[in-house]
Design a protein around this ligand. Structure first.
Ligand code: C2E
Ligand code: MG
Ligand code: MG
Length: 712
């Protein structure tokens, strides 16, 4: 029989009575009839199963009905108060009834049993039992719920405050007491207006507060970032939600709040990171731009000007390379500190990245003010910086733009200041320059050129031309100089004088330079293989300072020469004096390695740079190339003629070969020959020409050793 049926116990010592009762009760829905033929069995059953109703025969041997009824009441389980109906043939006299009720019975029924009454009574008690069960269940759930609520209140991390209709705190959980640093006894009855710090609440009181309105209109209220006041007056950041409680006439609602100090701190850190340079603490580019927009608007309103400076440290990379990044970083911090000392409170210094800084001079009356501050910055930021016991010298180059002027937008203003800074670098660094229109056009062209150059480098869109070098003794080609050409669909044939500086400043020269070396070596090897030239032909190529900087140049040269099966002394590397002067130590070390491979080294454009004899002595040089500006003046300027003679003499004293560049006239040839110049190079013999033409010239050169090279 199924478990959820209501059990009715019938106790009678006469089998026939039990049977008869069963027959009568059986048709009632939802009940299970259990029988017992004596008091002991009945108690056993009641000990084990929950019974809804007991029909108990009074007259039974051993233990009569009254005794059983008393014992039932002593049970220690749910059956102790089970309704008992006594069944008896005994009459209903006073004594019987009294006995029956004393023993715990609540009703009686007399034999012979009236079926109708039996059924009705049973149904009524079963219904009662079912209701009791339901009530019990409901109670149980209520208890669970209340326990749960209590633990939510007690253990919740959020502060919970229940607010009365007049704004007093009626209930406060332990978390709220902890957050507000208050005892429960103190907080109960306190006005919520003493805790909420929004000014209106404090000023106008509860009845004018937003919470009061929300409570009345049954609206929830949430605020993400406000402050609560602790009992000691100290404020702390919170977010809170107020929920009205509508069912209780005494209660306005409940506030759930959290301390958001940690979140706010994290947010502030993030904002700081997003707005300020983490190394120097200066504003970053985005803050700088916002600030510039505001300064520009202010200047327009007040009919004043804004000065914008772009500052770059000269040779900062060398500080990093020489002393390491830690010192480099310290230098940037030191520069930032000094920079801030040069500007007013309303001005702004920002770090745009690397060693680039920008400054807004807010509301100046003339460009002279900007010039004055720029000079102050050069004097203050420039000079000696003591960093961790190391003394580092640095100088800044500054570009200045004034608004209103030619640039209208913050981006253009910054770009203009940047171009002016370039100009400052060009005219020798450690100075400031104002922006002008021509400078802007130049900067734009430069940007365009650099972009095109990038594409050309990726695609190897270059060509090499070769210019012969003629032995002044034999009149034969004894060498070639490889000169780079960039045929561009739009610009035409771009001169290396134009694009080499751009390749150097962008760093593309490293890739281009390697391509030049590989192509020269392959080409030379091909000529040797084909017997067009012998192993005595030298091919010179030009190398920029930038290629010598990272310390990988010599290795690359070694690998290329090896793979192209050339004799190292067939290759000559041309460098200029200024190249070396930029960073003599690194350049000399790298050139020494290249020279050790057997590769020859020539000093190009000699006489135009510092022409420092001491360097000449330190460098592993084989050849000096007299710059064409001197050659050009032969026959015209006796002073330059004297210089040419002196250079030849000096070179020979040092055991070096001399090449004269820019040989255009026959009298140049004669003068140079007479004065012992070893090799001649110039338009008089040939312009730089493409590979097929130089191959022809080399072929003729080889087949007719006695002829000079024809003029082109
Ligand atoms: P440079 O190394 O001094 O090259 C000599 C320049 O003088 C070449 O100009 C050449 O065409 C020119 N020239 C030769 N003979 C005469 C003459 O009789 N009269 C006149 N007026 N000029 C003559 P180019 O080819 O325009 O090269 C200019 C500069 O570009 C070169 O000067 C060199 O510094 C650089 N360059 C060329 N190719 C490369 C390269 O592959 N790598 C690097 N880093 N620089 C290169
Ligand atoms: Mg050269
Ligand atoms: Mg030259």
């Amino acid at each position: 029989m199924s478990e959820d049926k209501v059990k009715v116990l019938v106790v009678d010592d006469i089998e026939a009575n039990l049977f008869a009762m069963q027959q009568v009760l059986k048709p009632i829905d939802g009940i299970e009839i259990i029988t017992a033929s004596n008091g002991r069995d009945a108690l056993d059953i009641l000990n084990e199963q929950e019974i809804a109703l007991v029909f108990l025969d009074v007259q039974m041997p051993e233990m009569n009905g009254y005794e059983v009824a008393s014992k039932i009441q002593e049970l220690e389980n749910y059956n102790c108060d089970v309704p008992i109906i006594l069944v008896t043939a005994i009459n209903t006299e006073e004594e019987f009834i009294s006995n029956g009720y004393q023993s715990g019975a609540i009703d009686y029924i007399s034999k012979p049993v009236n079926n109708d009454i039996l059924i009705k009574k049973t149904k009524a008690f079963v219904k009662l039992f079912e209701n009791k069960k339901k009530l019990e269940q409901a109670n149980k759930q209520l208890q669970i719920l209340s326990n749960k609520n209590e633990s939510i209140l007690t253990f919740a991390g959020e502060g919970i405050l229940v607010i009365s209709k007049d704004g007093a705190i009626m209930l406060s959980n332990p978390a709220s007491q902890k957050l507000l640093e208050v005892e429960e006894s103190e907080i109960i009855g306190m006005s919520i207006c003493d805790i909420i710090t929004t000014d209106e609440t404090k000023k106008y009181g509860w009845n004018d507060s937003v919470l009061y309105k929300c409570a009345n209109n049954n609206n929830t209220y949430h605020i993400d970032n406000t402050e609560f006041r602790k009992i000691n007056g100290q404020r702390f950041p919170v977010d809170y939600t107020f929920s009205p409680i509508k069912d209780d006439p005494d209660t306005a609602g409940m506030i759930i709040f959290r301390d958001i100090s940690i979140r706010k701190h994290a947010e502030e850190q993030l904002i700081k990171l997003a707005r300020y340079d983490s190394l120097t603490g200066l504003a970053n580019r985005s803050v700088f731009k916002d600030s510039l927009v505001r300064s520009m608007a202010r200047a327009a309103r007040q009919k004043q000007m804004v000065g914008v400076m772009f500052l770059d440290l000269d040779h900062f990379k060398e500080v990093n390379d020489k002393h390491g990044h830690t010192i480099g970083d310290q230098l940037l911090i030191s520069v930032a500190n000094r920079l801030q000392k040069c500007i007013r409170t309303n001005d702004m210094a920002a770090r745009l990245g690397g060693d680039e800084f920008a400054i807004i001079l807010d509301l100046i009356s003339s460009s002279d003010n900007a010039a004055h501050i720029a000079q102050k910055i050069i004097d203050t930021v420039g000079g000696q910086h003591e960093l961790d016991g190391i003394s580092v010298y640095i100088s800044p180059s500054i570009g200045i733009t004034i608004y209103p002027g030619e640039s209208e937008t913050p981006e253009d203003i910054l770009k203009s200041a940047d171009s002016a800074m370039y100009r400052a670098k060009e005219v020798g660094r450690n100075n400031y320059q104002f922006y002008d229109r021509k400078m802007y056009e130049k900067a734009r062209e430069r940007a365009h050129l650099e972009n095109e150059l990038k594409i050309a480098t990726m695609r190897n869109d270059f060509e090499l031309y070769y210019q012969p070098q003629i032995s002044s003794k034999t009149g034969q080609i004894c060498g070639l100089e490889a000169l780079l050409r960039w045929p561009h669909y739009d610009f035409g044939m771009v001169s290396p004088a134009v694009f080499i500086p751009a390749a150097e400043s962008t760093g593309l020269i490293t890739t281009i330079g390697e391509w030049v070396l590989r192509t020269v070596c392959q080409q030379t090897h091909e000529w040797v293989e084909k017997g067009i030239t012998g192993l005595d032909l030298t091919v010179a190529l030009n190398v920029s300072t930038r290629q010598l900087r990272d310390g990988t140049f010599a290795k690359m040269v070694e690998e290329v020469i090896k793979t192209s099966h050339l004799e190292p002394n067939q290759v000559e590397i041309e460098i200029t004096e200024s190249t070396i002067m930029d960073d003599p130590e690194t350049a000399i070390a790298e050139l020494q390695k290249v020279h050790d491979l057997g590769v020859k080294i020539a000093m190009d454009d000699f006489g135009t740079g510092f022409s420092s004899l001491s360097y000449l002595n330190m460098l592993p040089i084989d050849t000096i190339k007299i710059d064409q500006s001197f050659t050009k003046d032969i026959g015209e300027d006796p002073k330059d003629e004297a210089i040419v003679k002196a250079i030849i003499g000096l070179a020979h004293t040092l055991g070096l070969k001399v090449i004269a560049e820019g040989v255009e006239e026959e009298y140049h040839v004669n003068f140079l020959r007479e004065n012992g110049c070893d090799i001649l190079q110039g338009y008089f013999y040939s312009r730089p020409v493409a590979v097929d033409i130089i191959t022809e010239l080399l072929t003729e050169n080889d087949s007719d050793h006695n002829n000079t090279v024809p003029k082109s």
